[in-house]
Ligand binder design. Sequence first.
Ligand code: XUL
Length: 505
Amino acid sequence: MAYTLGLDSSTQSLTGTIIDTVQHSLLASVSINFGQELPQYEAQNGYVTNEKNEFLASPLMWLDALELLLVKFQKQGVDLSRIQSIAGTAQQHATVYLNASFPSLLAGLSDSAALSSSLSSQIAPALSRELSPIWMDQTTQQECAEISHEVGAQALHRSTGSLATARFSGPQIRKFSKTQPEAYANTASIHMASSFLCSVLAGKLAPLDLTDASGMNLLDLSTGTWNQQVLDATAADLAEKLPELSASTKPVGSIARYFCDTYGFLPSTTILPWSGDNPASLVGMGGTNQPRLIISLGTSYTVFASMTEPNIDPQGYGHVFANPLGGYMALNCFTNGALTNDTLREAHQLDWAEFNHYAQQPPTEIQPDLNPFVIDEITPPRAANAQLRECSDQPAETIRQVLDHTFLNIKQQSSWIPLPEDTIYVTGGASRSSGICQTIANVFNRKVQLLQSPDSASLGAAMLAAHATGLADIETLSNKLIQRSETYYSPQPESATIYEAFLSR
Ligand code: XUL
């Protein structure tokens, strides 16, 4: 018996997936919802907002969730000593700011005295900024303009794979260095959520993997090294504060003793670097060994596919990241995802079945300029339409039009990502709605198939851990662990024609 564990610290929850690398099967999976299980952080959806419209989350909440998750596995009777390696993923772009005490506090996790208190209370003194800005934060437009001005918008785009992007770490770091210069000066190291959590598991400073580093607007993609000109344009002394860079598959070391003494891991458990959640999902959806276009219908909707070259989006909203298994991946992120459906349901007091019923209706005439965004959108940048939060007298019509415009926008913005001839794959919570899947089939004029990897990011991490430590290869794991749905949705010609005519206008 040999297991690997994949952890996914996403916006709203922490999920752990354990796979048996001999049987190539799923052993156990548990999740901790931050809002429900850690109410003391007052982050109902995993983040807090303030009057400045910043989106922030507590790194200590993520650590408390990690402990709750390991306890949950133990309660399920999982023998954690069978886990040979652990990899993880986290929501992309979030940055964690740490003072000079971080390395010694990490080392303390391997002392026997570490047992006496929780992870969060041991690491708390290392934070030089209490809350981390997360990917939903859009408050760095000014910093984006400054960095673009200094480096040149196109040069930045070509080198880092993205135009200056408000949620990306570089502009966020710049804003922190400008608005809180003392706290910035007191910051010895800046980690991403991924490398921060990995450091705690390993009990030492962990490197940042190239997939998550690509979400910073700081990495030169083609060389896989920091772009010094961009670092200089971002913040003072940045090079010395950033983690080392690493391939996703190069082991960091073994697990900190705290986890052995508290949860029964073996000291030989190997820790792998953590990656970004979208790159890990690419692995967990079988997109690294076959060219697949995947639409992930989660908190945000994302469209992604692997790529051999770092080709950039000519429209400028898309992103290129490193692929955990080499090469690159294309990604478009839409802020209006699951929340849009929930808002419409709540406004019209509908349950899921009723919402789905409306979503199944074919399109009629598409209203030319409806704004379908319930929160501010980033692809393309557009302010929210407040009216959608109110109950309309025609729920069927409203839901149809919002879904049409949402997916027409997604198709239009994703035209730089190669669209396969035959099938596109969907995953994530909203893929349970047959109406949404049918809408995607009609808008893209392609078959839509569900990949049944409900937790594709944590599964992808568990697969990466197995691959990197030689326990199983990705091909075999993909074939055994990633199930395609029996059913698929075929485009309905009449509807597809309506969408095509609309887009060509
Ligand atoms: C990707 C992005 C989101 C987060 C969500 O660029 O911002 O998908 O990774 O976890």
